[in-house]
Design a protein around this ligand. Structure first.
Ligand SMILES: [Zn+2]
Length: 345
């Protein structure tokens, strides 16, 4: 019988790889499969069946722990986590079209501008962030209010406008070594304003998580005479979790920070050149029910690195991130082997 491609079978899937590929996987990752057991009371049976589908699966929960030994990223996968009952708030998607009192629908009057002024795209305009995270902190404010409405040409324009903004900050201060693009879409992802927008920061100091990754990349090159990102992609590809699209590598990540994380590593010269790929990924996200997400985009060594993660239903009242994600291992329900099947590029 063919081995099912799912995260609980990861140890066996790795075992089936060629010796060299197995060694490469083991250089990066440690995997531990365990079973968490419990006993369901007779009074709980109906509830357990309706929520978790199977009493047997609930009484014997397969948990996969995956740790990246080089980056210290770590996960605990258990699909049952997504089936837990959650506190909900009532919400209708049509509320996202309500423009009443929207500051970003009145950009020129209600948002500050950067010291070098505003940059106008065809489908967006820049503003300065009123409460800054960093030396330069701007906004790409979309002409479209509803953040879940997106077109290919619009996204390309947002990125091209962001690129112009980075150039402008660089012209006014040559020491800008840190360019970082942030897209928090809706409140689950920490966006404080509904109207569609991205954020862009530029400063003299790189962020710690970027520095750390660059150090890992350098150390890896020195020790193994190989490219960390290429090898990371190779591991994902060997398991059916990596896809090459043009000059970009798409990874259905083995150690996602949270649900459905996808990492793109691209050697395109300019980041707006990967906007069609990003558009396709986000459209796929929408198709599989994602409503709120985070996107980060920055340059690490020779690569543009984009990370995309689902932040859960807009009806959820509880945060998707707790002590485990902040201080331990990320707890994730969505299987990357399922994700790769769902996303059609
Ligand atoms: Zn608006």
């Amino acid at each position: 019988m063919e081995l099912k491609r799912e995260i609980t079978n990861l140890p066996e899937l790795v075992n089936k790889l060629k010796k060299k590929d197995k060694e490469l996987f083991n250089r990066f990752y440690s995997v531990k499969l365990s079973v968490g057991r419990l006993k369901v009371t007779p009074e709980m049976e109906t509830f357990v069946k309706s929520k978790f589908k199977s009493i047997k699966k609930t009484e014997n929960q397969k948990i996969v722990c995956i740790n990246n030994k080089l980056t210290w990223e770590g996960n605990l996968f258990n699909e049952l986590r997504s089936m837990r009952p959650k506190p909900k708030v009532k919400f209708k998607l049509s509320e996202l079209d309500n423009k009443e009192n929207c500051l970003f629908c009145n950009i020129e009057k209600q948002t500050p501008l950067d010291i070098f002024g505003r940059i106008k795209g065809k489908h967006c305009i820049t503003a300065s962030n009123i409460a800054k995270c960093d030396k330069f902190h701007g906004l790409i404010i979309f002409n479209e209010h509803n953040p879940l409405k997106l077109k290919k040409a619009w996204l390309k324009d947002y990125f091209e406008t962001a690129e112009k903004w980075f150039d402008r900050t660089d012209n006014s201060n040559k020491k800008m070594i840190n360019n970082f693009l942030i897209w928090n879409c809706l409140w689950r992802s920490s966006a404080s304003i509904i109207h569609g927008h991205m954020q862009i920061t530029a400063s003299e100091t790189k962020y710690q998580k970027i520095i750390r990754l660059e150090e890992i990349y350098d150390k890896y090159k020195k020790k193994y005479k190989s490219d960390y990102f290429l090898d990371l992609f190779k591991i994902h590809k060997n398991l059916g979790l990596g896809e090459k699209i043009g000059k970009s590598m798409v990874l259905y990540y083995l150690t996602p920070i949270k649900e459905k994380e996808i990492v793109v590593l691209s050697k395109e010269k300019r980041f707006p050149e990967i906007s069609d790929l990003i558009y396709n990924l986000i459209k796929n996200y929408f198709r599989i029910g994602v409503q709120s997400f985070n996107v980060s985009l920055t340059k690490i060594k020779e690569y543009w690195m984009l990370r995309l993660v689902d932040r859960g239903s807009l009806e959820n009242r509880n945060s998707d991130i707790g002590v485990m994600e902040l201080y331990a291992n990320s707890v994730v329900a969505y299987d990357p082997f399922r994700l790769v099947k769902e996303i059609k590029l």
